[in-house]
Design a protein around this ligand. Structure first.
Ligand code: HEC
Ligand code: HEC
Length: 457
């Protein structure tokens, strides 16, 4: 809760960059260009959610971005588009139940993380390490992190307020926050050897030149656009970002909970009780990290504080990379993200995900280990009471608690915030029927309760 205020403030920065009259490429480059900007957070500068989502027509650039998003011919295999892993029918997540998705030239390569739903990703603020100030945007993140390496992460209590001077990593895109803008983000999958697997810029440019929408590029950006590969790439990635930013399907704001917040529907007794337990610091305490109230500037909640936490999720043997016992995905401190590897106090931390559309997800947590919300709830309630239920044992029969984080960094795991403040013999924070109510509440976060944006007048 405590950071909601300054985050809202930060989101209000960069006037002009969130303008919806984004017809000119120049304005995009100025705000979310390759030099670093905030296209992911530009959405937040808009005055209200309804202005974003009631528009039915996409700009020419966003229409181009939509074509790129759905085009499998831009991949080495010819079969993988952004939409393959981010399917609009699944709230822009994958349709299958695999922990990690297949990609690469022959569709046999896998990454190390679940493919997240990317609805609402446009609201992620840029990556920063608190305490936040408005001048933070150009500072060296590794330096701030180094200065904070002895600071402990403050305790999180739903509705509570902790010291505002704590150094807290937050924001960014990807589960380790390694890029700041949707435009920069698109560069990842296009060239990731386990995803669309283009080998270099020219490789991709050749495919774009052959695409059915090559003329659109010329019309929008000028007839010379194909003679400057780097420029073309930047325009293509900017167009994808525009699509994710403009198209209402990415941020419909029409879940039952949105209708409830807008005063346009009631929750059932079970859903209401679930909401109460979700917020109660002595029960679920979920809202301490998954913020469920409107922000200070009146924007609908994102169900995340965008901050990083280590929950000690069990190692997932279904991920091929985990066959190597020395391999660990430690989120903020690497190996994918490379600028914070020295900050071992961040090892094991991943960004708190939004819970919008969460009950339609096929897999949960960064490594996709769980397949149902009930599994997730069991982990939250029993991790510290009956750890043997979740973790493997060593040859002596001892339970290897937090077995996906090397022993040296296991102290980073959150063991203070409810419901993680338990020990063997304690009773779980929520009973079976209370868990059912929380899940009933989470089911109200799915877009499509009605067709219109709940906050539209
Ligand atoms: C083979 C599957 C796959 C394909 C294809 C793919 N992605 Fe992803 N996407 C992922 C995975 C896995 C992650 C999380 C990776 C990480 O955190 O390191 C991700 C993360 C993202 C995120 C960040 C979400 C967040 O919460 O931070 C966005 C936005 C995104 N992808 C957009 C795209 C776009 C645009 C394309 C096409 C250019 C694309 N993806 C293609 C699997 C895929
Ligand atoms: C201390 C902060 C914190 C609290 C409290 C918390 N969460 Fe989370 N939640 C996280 C983080 C961080 C992750 C991602 C962890 C990972 O992937 O390693 C997460 C992941 C999840 C996921 C998986 C979503 C996905 O896309 O994979 C669900 C569901 C969830 N939380 C629900 C809850 C519920 C319900 C509660 C209350 C019982 C709760 N959380 C309490 C921080 C928190």
């Amino acid at each position: 809760m405590k950071f909601a205020k300054f985050k809202a403030l930060k989101m209000g920065l960069r006037p002009g960059c969130g303008a919806l009259s984004f017809g000119l490429l120049l304005s995009l480059s100025g705000c979310g260009g390759a030099g670093g900007g905030t296209s992911a957070s530009t959405g937040s500068t808009s005055t209200s959610a309804s202005t974003l989502t009631t528009s039915t027509s996409l700009s020419a650039i966003a229409q181009l971005g939509k074509k790129i998003f759905f085009d499998p011919s831009l991949s080495a295999s010819g079969q993988v588009a952004c939409a393959t892993c981010h399917d609009p029918a699944q709230h822009y997540g994958p349709a299958n139940t695999l922990s990690v998705q297949f990609g690469g030239p022959t569709l046999t390569a896998t990454g190390i993380r679940q493919a997240p739903q990317i609805t609402y990703a446009y609201r992620n603020p840029i990556f920063s390490i608190g305490p936040d100030t408005s001048t933070q945007e150009n500072i060296n993140v590794a330096q701030v992190a180094a200065s904070s390496s002895s600071t402990t992460i403050p305790q999180k209590v739903a509705g509570g307020s902790a010291s505002s001077t704590a150094m807290v990593p937050q924001g960014g895109l990807f589960l380790d926050g390694r890029v700041d803008t949707l435009q920069a983000q698109a560069d990842g999958p296009l060239f990731n050897p386990a995803e669309m697997a283009n080998t270099n810029v020219n490789d991709l440019v050749t495919k774009l030149a052959k695409s059915s929408y090559a003329d659109d590029f010329k019309q929008i950006f000028g007839s010379n656009v194909f003679s400057n590969p780097q420029m073309l790439l930047s325009e293509a990635e900017g167009a994808i970002a525009r699509f994710e930013f403009e198209d209402a399907s990415f941020h419909a704001f029409n879940s039952k909970y949105d209708y409830y917040l807008a005063g346009k529907t009631q929750l059932t007794a079970s859903e209401l009780n679930g909401l109460k337990l979700f917020e109660d610091p002595a029960k679920g305490n979920c809202a301490a990290c998954h913020l469920d109230k409107k922000t200070a500037d009146g924007q609908p909640p994102m169900f995340t504080d965008f901050q990083y936490e280590a929950l000690g999720v069990p190692r997932n043997s279904a991920i091929p990379a985990n066959a190597d016992p020395t391999f660990y995905d430690l989120g903020l401190c690497g190996p994918v993200r490379t600028d914070l590897t020295a900050q071992t106090n961040y090892c094991g931390m991943f960004r708190t995900p939004s819970l919008r559309n969460v009950s339609t997800r096929k897999v949960y947590f960064h490594n996709g280990i769980y397949k149902s919300l009930n599994d997730v709830m069991q982990f939250y309630m029993l991790r510290d009471i009956t750890p043997e239920q979740f973790y493997s044992r060593d040859s002596n029969g001892s339970v290897l608690k937090f077995n996906d984080i090397p022993a040296l960094y296991q102290a980073n795991v959150d063991t203070t915030d409810a419901p993680f403040n338990r020990k063997p013999g304690d009773s779980p924070a929520l009973s079976t029927s209370e868990i059912a109510d929380v899940i009933a509440f989470l089911n109200t976060l799915t877009d499509g309760f009605q067709s219109a944006n709940a906050y539209a007048p």
